[in-house]
Ligand binder design. Structure first.
Ligand SMILES: CC(C)(COP(=O)(O)OP(=O)(O)OC[C@H]1O[C@@H](n2cnc3c(N)ncnc32)[C@H](O)[C@@H]1OP(=O)(O)O)[C@@H](O)C(=O)NCCC(=O)NCCS
Length: 186
């Protein structure tokens, strides 16, 4: 079975009030490239290359399909109520620890409308209710205040700061780490 077919099977479509989270497909590569051909967006992401090319997007899609096939991740495209692909959300998984790490981004046109928080809350519910994780963690570069706010609104607990943890665009960046436990949700 192809890893794409496995992804379609292991990532169910998730709905929230205004959004649908649908498994990432190979056809999404052009739209992902279009949305990430924006420096302001990629500048906030910890690992995405710049400039971001179609080959980067195709490689990433193959990678997340592989993660899914190995039970090491779940990734979705985020669609608004008009059926427009506006970003992605997902989690790397460490099944031996019942732990995951949340990742997300939206195209810049779609920032500031609460979509990021809505998608994150839906993915979090899936992580604890369906995958039965014990712990979900998330990171952002200290300067990424939107992401920090999203994380706070989702109820994550601040754990600490990794100083000069990544080198982005020639600068060492501090990265803040947060966790959410199953028991934090009740
Ligand atoms: C981070 C991201 C997903 C947030 O999504 P979003 O839909 O814009 O987030 P929301 O609208 O749900 O919430 C953003 C919050 O940040 C706040 N905010 C916006 N700019 C801010 C700033 N400069 N300082 C502090 N808070 C800020 C908003 O007011 C809002 O909080 P509020 O609801 O209390 O008013 C989105 O901005 C994005 O994709 N950014 C680029 C990629 C990225 O950073 N990915 C995450 C890497 S860790």
């Amino acid at each position: 079975m192809s890893t794409e077919v496995e992804t379609l099977q292991c990532c169910p479509i998730l709905y929230s009030e205004r959004l649908a989270l649908c498994p990432i497909q190979k056809e999404d590569a052009e739209r992902i490239t279009e949305l990430l051909s924006d420096y302001e967006t990629v500048y906030m992401m910890t690992y995405a290359p710049w400039p971001y090319t179609l080959a980067d997007s195709q490689q990433w899609i193959d990678y997340v399909h592989w993660l899914c096939s190995e039970n090491k991740g779940r990734f979705w495209g985020i669609y608004d109520s008009d059926g427009v692909f506006i970003g992605t959300i997902g989690m790397s998984l460490y099944p031996e620890h019942d732990r995951g790490e949340l990742h997300y981004w939206l195209g810049r046109l779609y920032w500031g409308k609460g979509y990021g928080t809505e998608a994150a809350k839906r993915a979090i519910r899936y992580a604890f209710q369906d995958l039965r994780l014990e712990c979900l963690d998330v990171n952002h570069m200290s300067r990424n205040l939107r992401s920090q706010r999203l994380i706070q609104k989702c109820g994550f607990q601040y754990e600490g700061t990794f100083r000069h943890y990544v080198k982005r665009f020639g600068h060492y960046e501090d990265v803040k780490n947060y966790s959410l436990l199953r028991s934090d949700l009740v």
